[in-house]
Design a protein around this ligand. Structure first.
Ligand SMILES: [Zn+2]
Length: 541
């Protein structure tokens, strides 16, 4: 009889809720699915895979990275199979198992051909800020994301009883992972130093968020200044320090809440917020799986400003290691060892600072976006007698003024050829081709696929620029960036840890798009609606 009931249950596709509550008369493990009480997705914004090992010897035994690496399953060769390799696309891909060509998140911003203006990835003029008076900071929602996320699928699978909360300093990094049906997403308002949300989620902040804001942690972090955690001369994984330490932060208290993002305290702040969310929302407290998405934005701000070879970056990761260790301690105590599951990954990597590479005879340089755009418009104005035919170069794509081309009856083939020939005269450009002609373009198959995966017709530009390796877009006065197909931007860490995860590692190439279907397999729930990834074998017990 019991066997019959079990079979019936399987046939009826019981939900997580019923599977977990109906089995109470029997504790035999083969009648109950073992699901984690809490899944925590951690995205380290701008973390190259090699940072796991570059700083390995300095990570603490009770810190986060060594415990995750040695107790979990590491996918050592996880690649991003699309361009541009930037924040919004990375977060969308991790949680949708999809690519910009399908999920529609083609950049942090893209050009909206209908409106004739830039559109921010999570911009939503139909909603308002909840939690502060900064109007623009809260006009945000996931409405530009076209598919479901793994977090949406968890909500669906639990009949909306499993909670989903998204957190990050960056709005887009909180909103996109949490999906459409999240209980809430919270991000940081740089004007007020408060964590906020939008009316898409809530009309008023819950008490625990208000309490958290009332602690005024930003000012407390500022009071500490930014000194290196260890003696400065021990930072041997970095280029000789510029002696910028200590970074004086006291001056910003009560005045400037933006600066904290570009210090390691931005990570500590976010992790404290995550701890407050676990307590405030009772995440992982019952047997229905909850999910918390945490994105750590500060390594990206620090990396852009100082580069991957800086003491600032090294100190950032040593401190993050400590913060992650404390978070694991809390989870062990509060949820229980083996009762929660974590995956840690990144949205993209980063290029070395071009000037630093040049000092060591490695070719590198900067693409001057504004100069090229101006030069193109000058040339096209002379040749086609029409102004501003190039709207802009965004995400390494040339956006053309499609209306002006039609109105002026401009020959498209001649226009494209003129633009491409001009681009090819730039020393930082390796190739350029029209998306219309991508099939006729001779290009390595992996790179070609990355461009196709990044292309969404109504949101992408018309001509793709391929920069030479080590060349970056902008940052002419210093610092660095990311966004291209090359491994320094596209090779990210991916570690699984906790409930149902076997310790181990693989060097087999997997993709950022494989994360969501692997979470789906671990939770035994449906994949997101635009998922094209595969379950990573070896991770799932
Ligand atoms: Zn970035």
């Amino acid at each position: 009889m019991r066997r019959f009931i079990m079979m019936l249950e399987l046939v009826l596709f019981t939900t997580i809720v019923s599977a977990q509550s109906e089995g109470t008369e029997s504790t035999s493990s083969n009648t109950l699915l073992q699901r984690p009480k809490l899944v925590i997705g951690i995205v380290v914004d701008q973390m190259r895979w090699d940072y796991l090992y570059r700083y390995y010897n300095r990570y603490a035994p009770d810190g986060g990275f060594k415990r995750l690496l040695n107790g979990g399953f590491s996918c050592e060769n996880t690649m991003i199979p699309y361009t541009p390799t930037i924040t919004a696309c990375g977060h969308a891909s991790i949680y949708t198992g999809s690519v910009p060509a399908i999920n529609g998140i083609t950049g942090n911003d893209w050009f909206d051909y209908n409106k004739g203006s830039l559109l921010y990835c999570t911009q939503d003029d139909g909603v308002k800020t909840t939690g502060s008076n900064t109007a623009e900071a809260g006009q945000m929602s996931p409405r530009n994301l076209l598919v479901t996320t793994i977090t949406d699928e968890l909500r669906l699978a639990t009949n909306f009883r499993g909670k989903v909360i998204g957190l990050a300093i960056k709005d887009r990094s909180a909103i996109l992972p949490a999906g459409h049906s999240a209980n809430a997403a919270y991000w940081y308002d740089h004007d007020t130093g408060k964590w906020i949300t939008s009316t898409y989620y809530q009309d008023e902040l819950p008490g625990w968020v208000k309490d958290f804001n009332n602690q005024k942690l930003a000012d407390k972090y500022y009071a500490l200044d930014w000194n290196t955690m260890y003696p400065l001369d021990s930072y041997t994984q970095s280029a000789p320090p510029a002696r910028a330490f200590p970074h004086n932060l006291k001056q910003y208290a009560g005045k400037n809440y933006q600066v904290i993002s570009a210090t390691p305290y931005g990570n500590s702040f976010t992790i404290e917020m995550a701890k407050a969310a676990i307590a405030g929302e009772q995440l992982g407290a019952d047997s229905i799986t909850d999910m918390l998405t945490v994105s750590l934005s500060s390594p990206d701000y620090i990396g852009h400003a100082y580069g991957p070879n800086s003491v600032e970056e090294e100190d950032c990761f040593l401190r993050l290691d400590k913060d992650l260790g404390e978070m694991l301690d809390l989870l062990d105590k509060q949820i229980g060892k083996g009762a929660y599951m974590i995956f840690l990954t990144a949205d993209h990597g980063v290029a070395n600072v071009p000037a630093f590479l040049n000092e060591h005879k490695i070719p590198a340089g900067n693409f001057d976006n504004e100069q090229v755009t101006a030069g193109l418009n000058q040339l096209l104005s002379n040749k086609f007698k029409a102004e501003d035919l190039v709207t802009g170069i965004i995400n390494y794509q040339v956006y053309l003024n499609r209306n002006a081309i039609a109105e002026n009856k401009i020959n498209k083939d001649l226009l494209y050829a003129t633009i491409i020939n001009y681009l090819l005269t730039d020393t930082s450009v390796e190739r350029a081709f029209a998306f219309d002609a991508i099939n006729q373009t001779t290009l390595n198959a992996t790179i070609k696929e990355a461009f196709i995966n990044g292309y969404y017709p109504s949101r992408s530009g018309d001509i793709q620029i391929v920069l030479k390796p080590q060349y970056i877009d902008g940052f002419l006065k210093g610092g660095t960036t990311h966004g291209v197909w090359n491994p320094y931007d596209a090779h990210i860490p991916l570690i699984w840890f906790g409930c149902n995860i076997l310790p181990g590692k693989t060097n087999k190439q997997v993709y950022i798009t494989d994360i969501a279907p692997t979470v789906a397999a671990l939770l035994k729930i449906q994949m997101p609606s635009g998922c094209i990834g595969h379950v990573i074998e070896g991770v799932v017990k």
